[in-house]
Write a protein that binds this ligand. Structure first.
Ligand code: F6R
Length: 582
């Protein structure tokens, strides 16, 4: 996934685009670049993160665009970073996504000189090839020729139009006073406007003096609805925190309450859909997938109802079981994850109803769903998902309660949990976990165990530790270690036991004792102390909401492990926020 932003207006766009790129950096940080139009189109590119760069060597420009890259086709080099240009340097393009047929198109553009290995570069050359039709028609033609999910923006030295095209990747037009912004995500221009138009697939917007929207397949002009977005611009900045990750972890003092502050009738309607469906699938990837997995346990425990959890990339195996009475509940932070989109498309072929829990308003998945509920965690910028995950968990728990007619009871539990999290997340608590990180940060391996809804949280703990600290971590169902993995335990291997104060507690403690006997260093995340623990991290006794409170200390631990091991917790290597490739 990459981040794109463009500006057309009366101010100096270079600075607006540079600052916007910094806010989009979570989407990709291999390299970046800006194109500014004056008499000519001038391009500035760099490999690496934008970081603290305050100024770039470009002249003031009212038509300007920039790109931050997470490489898919072509290595991380200056040549491969965007913007890309036509042979005559008159057309510049930035692009997010994949052009599946770029090799074929490149063959058809034999007389063009390509300067990079990227798929993107076919776009400026395709436009150049057809520029005799006029800029608009040439861009339209290019949009019709490329295959795959993407979004691009093109500018042309010879006129003042800016054209943006969406074929499956997000693109939002921000509307100011005689100025326009186009970006992959709204925080990039929140300093200037909250009024937006979301582009849908197969749509393009042409900005000359005003924006005009078209369906580029049919050529038909489209009227768009103006939406005022609810995110606050300060929410998407680091503020006094050193990193987004710790800021977003700390925001969990409030985010659970925000997540459950929903129209109760809507929650009840979704719960009724689950009750009435002939088979419900909870589908997601990565952390959102672990939330779905925990949801399966929550429904079993609270509602005595079986729902199926499936990782989105494995969903195609289940197509035999889909009918028009099946329900799919999709859980996603970004709303752009390619594996999830593919699962939705497979389900739609069988007329399955799609309900999504999405954090990003107007995202592809929310548009593709029959009904979409906003998770309301606010902008999540750190690559590792934290506050969104706990908000998603809260919503699934609430739905489980609603499905047995106990919505109010579920809400009460979550409000109490939220206030317990508020008390828990203080500086002393963070210091206590930091001390643990100091004790274990040089270890090669860590293992995490949990049972019932805390088993997926053990898996999620492993994802958190791996992705930000690069320490090898693995999560297990507590009872499974003795069936093989226990052979990995050596003297002082850190093993984290996620304990809930319920019927699973005894078993998890027994399993932790088995590890201790083999020399493991036992870290107990539990409401009550137990003598098995070598290090105890106290969590509130939150009943059914235990997976929500148990994952939070592991998020904090991962953050401090990353710092102690010398890594940037916000921008882990090889990753980007939202995975829009298969
Ligand atoms: C890990 C993480 C990822 C995402 C996964 C799905 O911290 O953030 O595992 O959970 O890529 O992304 P969404 O939720 O945007 O569909």
């Amino acid at each position: 996934m990459c981040g794109i932003i463009a500006y057309k207006g009366f101010r100096d766009g270079v600075n607006i685009v540079l600052e916007g790129l910094k806010l989009l950096e979570y989407r990709g940080y291999d390299s970046w670049g800006i194109a500014a139009k004056n008499e000519d189109i001038h391009v500035f590119k760099e490999v690496g993160k934008i970081g603290e760069i305050k100024k770039v060597n470009l002249l003031r420009s009212n038509i300007c665009m920039g790109h931050t890259r997470w490489s898919t086709t072509g290595a991380v080099t200056k040549e491969n970073s965007h913007p890309h240009l036509s042979c005559d340097n008159k057309i510049a393009v930035i692009h997010n996504g994949i052009i599946e047929n770029y090799e074929e198109l490149k063959k058809q553009l034999k007389n063009h000189n390509f300067a990079s290995e990227t798929d993107t570069e076919v776009i400026p050359h395709l436009i150049e090839e057809n520029i005799n039709l006029g800029f608009f028609e040439a861009v339209k033609k290019a949009a019709n020729l490329i295959e795959g999910r993407s979004a691009f923006i093109a500018i042309n030295k010879d006129n003042d139009e800016m054209i943006a095209v969406r074929t499956g990747a997000p693109l939002i037009l921000g509307i100011g006073n005689n100025e326009y912004f186009i970006a992959s995500d709204v925080p990039a221009f929140l300093d200037y406007t909250k009024d937006v138009n979301y582009l849908d697939d197969n749509e393009m917007v042409v900005i000359k003096d005003h924006p005009n929207f078209f369906n580029f397949r049919t050529g038909e002009e489209i009227k768009k609805r103006l939406i005022t977005i609810s995110w606050d611009k300060e929410q998407s900045k680091k503020g006094d925190y050193k990193h987004y990750l710790i800021k977003e972890i700390m925001e969990q003092k409030e985010t659970i309450n925000k997540a459950i502050n929903q129209d109760e009738q809507e929650i009840q309607k979704i719960a009724d859909e689950i009750n009435n469906a002939f088979g419900t699938f909870f589908v997601g990837c990565g952390t959102s997938g672990k939330v779905c997995h925990a949801g399966e346990y929550l429904f079993s425990k609270i509602a005595k109802k079986h729902v199926n959890f499936v990782i989105a990339s494995e969903f195609s195996n289940y197509h035999h079981f889909l009918t028009d009475e099946t329900l799919m509940i999709v859980v996603t932070q970004s709303g752009e994850t390619a594996d999830v989109i593919e699962a939705i498309e497979a389900a739609k072929k069988e007329n399955v109803k799609i309900i999504s829990l999405v954090n990003v308003q107007g995202s592809t998945i929310s548009l593709k769903s029959d009904y979409s509920l906003l998770v309301k965690a606010g902008p999540e910028k750190a690559v590792a998902s934290t506050k969104t995950a706990t908000s998603q968990l809260a919503l699934l728990l609430l739905l489980a309660y609603a499905s047995i007619g106990k919505l109010k009871e579920g809400k009460r539990l979550l409000i109490e949990t939220s206030s317990m999290i508020n008390d828990m997340l203080n500086l002393r608590y963070e210091e206590h976990i930091k001390r643990l990180a100091e004790l274990i940060h040089k270890k090669e391996h860590a293992y995490i165990i949990g049972k019932s809804s805390n088993y997926p949280m053990a898996l999620e703990s492993a994802i958190k530790i791996q992705e930000v600290s690069y320490m090898h971590a693995e999560g297990f169902a507590a009872g499974e270690l003795k069936h093989g993995p226990i052979a990995l335990i050596e003297k002082n291997t850190p093993c984290i036991a996620l304990v809930a104060n319920d019927e699973t507690k005894k078993d998890v403690l027994v399993n932790a004792q088995e590890l201790k006997t083999r020399g493991a260093y036992i870290i107990g995340v539990a409401p009550e102390y137990n003598k098995i623990f070598d290090y105890w991290i106290k969590v509130p006794d939150a009943g059914d909401a235990s997976p929500i409170v148990n994952i939070i200390p592991i998020q904090i631990l991962s953050y401090h492990l990353a710092l102690l091991r010398g890594h940037d917790p916000d921008y882990p290597r090889n990753l980007a926020k939202g995975v829009t490739v298969k």
